[in-house]
Design a protein around this ligand. Structure first.
Ligand code: CP3
Length: 342
C-alpha cells in the first residue's frame, strides 16, 4: 500500500489537528472542465461511468487542474437504481429520466437487491484503478445517494423541484415506500462496503432532497435509513452525510456517528456547530453561485467563510455541486484561497 502524501481530509475527519483546512468541491469532476467536455463528445454519460479508464481519468482531472485535496470517484447516484433493475437515461440538457418509475407495490417485483459485485463491479474497478493512478497524492472519496433521494428519482421518474409524486407515494402508500427504502438501504450498504474494499478512503452519502422533508418526516423517511448505513460502515471507512437543506436535523445526524456532516449556505457555520456539537467535522458551505463573483470578491468571501468555521473541525467545500458555467480559474481561486489561509 502506498502511503498518502496528503491526508489532510482524513485527519480532519478523524478529529486530528492539521496544518490547514482541506478543500474539495462537490461535483468537481464535470462540465466546467474543458477536458471533461472533450470526453463528453466521444462517450455517453453511462459509458464514462462504466469504463474504469475514463472514470479514473475524469476523477483525477480536478486534482491536477484545480488542486483539490481529495478526488471523488466519477460516477452517479443513479447507478444504484440501475443495478436494482430500473432503466435510467441521462438526457442531454434535461437530466435523468427513469421511463418506468415505481408507482405501486407490484412495481417492486421488478426490483432486486443485486449482487453489487456483478452489477456495480465497474465502479469498484474504477476506484481501484483511480487509487493506483493517484499513487498516494490525495485521498479518494466514494459515494452513494441516500435512500430517500434515490426513492425521489425512482418514483418521480425524473428531476423535480418538489418531488410531489414521490412525496404523495410515501404519504399514501407508506408500507410500500418503506419496503423500497429498505431495499435501497440494503443495496447501498453492500455497495459502499465494496467501495471501501476497492480503495475509497471516505464515503459520502448524498441526500440532495433531504430538505424537502420536515424534521419528523426526515427522521422517518430518510435518517433512519442513513443511520443503518453509517452504522454498517463506521468501522470500515470514514463517512460523511450531506443532507441538503436538512440542517434542523444536524443534531440527530451527528448522533449517527458519521465523521463529517455537509451543510449548505443557508445556515450560519456557528449555528451548524451549535446544533451538531463539537465531535464531528463540518463540511461546506460556500454558495456555488458565488464562484461566479469577480476573483477578488470571491477570495474575500472564502476567507469570511473560513473565519466563520474557525476553531472547529472543518473541510472547505461548496454548499452544493459546482455549476457548469464556473470559469476554471474561479474554481482554482476558491481552492487556492483555502490553501493560503492562515
Ligand atoms: O462530484 C463529482 O465530481 C463526482 C461525480 C458525480 C456526478 N453525480 C456526476 C454527474 C456525483 C457525486 C454525482 C451525484 C449526484 N447525481 C447527485 C447528488 C449530488 C447533487 O448534485 O445533489 C444527484 C442528485 C445526481 C443525479 C443527477 N445526475 C442529476 C440530477 C443529473 C443532471 C443534472 C446535472 O447536474 O447535470 C446528473 C448528471 C451528472 N452526474 C452529470 C455529472 C458530471 C452531468 C451530465 C453530463 O456531464 O453528461
Amino acid at each position: 500500500m502506498t502511503t498518502l502524501r496528503n491526508d489532510l481530509l482524513l485527519r480532519t475527519l478523524r478529529g486530528e489537528q492539521t496544518e490547514r483546512t482541506p478543500v474539495w468541491m462537490m461535483r468537481q469532476a464535470g462540465r466546467y472542465l474543458p477536458d471533461y467536455m472533450k470526453l463528453k463528445e466521444k462517450y455517453s454519460f453511462f459509458e464514462r461511468c462504466q469504463k474504469p479508464e475514463l472514470a479514473a481519468e475524469i476523477t483525477i482531472q480536478p486534482v491536477e487542474q484545480v488542486g483539490v485535496d481529495a478526488a471523488i470517484i466519477f460516477s452517479d447516484i443513479l447507478v444504484v437504481p440501475q443495478a436494482m433493475g430500473m432503466e435510467v437515461q441521462m438526457v442531454e440538457g434535461k437530466g435523468p429520466l427513469l421511463p418506468d418509475p415505481i408507482k405501486h407495490i407490484r412495481d417492486l417485483d421488478k426490483l432486486r437487491i443485486p449482487d453489487v459485485h456483478e452489477t456495480l463491479g465497474y465502479v469498484f474497478d474504477a476506484l481501484s484503478l483511480t487509487k493506483k493512478t493517484l499513487d498516494g497524492r490525495v485521498p479518494l472519496i466514494g459515494f452513494a445517494g441516500a435512500p430517500w433521494t434515490l426513492l425521489c428519482y425512482m418514483v418521480q421518474g425524473k428531476g423535480s423541484k418538489t418531488f410531489d409524486e414521490a412525496k404523495a407515494f410515501c404519504y399514501t402508500q407508506p408500507e410500500t415506500a418503506h419496503k423500497l427504502l429498505q431495499m435501497i438501504t440494503d443495496t447501498t450498504i453492500a455497495y459502499l462496503k465494496g467501495q471501501a474494499a476497492a480503495g475509497a478512503d471516505v464515503v459520502q452519502i448524498f441526500d440532495s432532497w433531504g430538505g424537502l422533508l420536515g424534521p419528523e418526516d426526515f427522521e422517518v423517511l430518510s435518517l433512519q435509513y442513513i443511520r443503518q448505513i453509517v452504522a454498517a460502515l463506521k468501522d470500515e471507512v470514514l463517512t460523511i452525510i450531506f443532507a441538503k437543506g436538512a440542517w434542523s436535523s444536524l443534531d440527530s445526524m451527528a448522533a449517527t456517528g458519521a465523521h463529517g456532516l455537509g451543510i449548505d449556505w443557508c445556515i450560519r457555520p456557528g449555528m451548524a456547530r451549535q446544533l451538531a456539537g463539537s465531535d464531528v467535522t463540518l463540511q461546506g458551505n460556500f454558495d456555488p453561485a458565488k464562484l461566479l463573483s469577480p476573483i477578488p470578491v470571491l477570495k474575500k468571501e472564502v476567507r469570511t467563510m473560513l473565519d466563520a468555521f474557525k476553531g472547529g473541525r472543518h473541510i472547505a467545500n461548496l454548499g452544493h455541486g459546482i455549476l457548469p458555467n464556473v470559469p476554471v480559474d474561479h474554481a482554482r481561486a476558491f481552492v487556492e484561497t483555502v490553501k493560503e489561509y492562515k
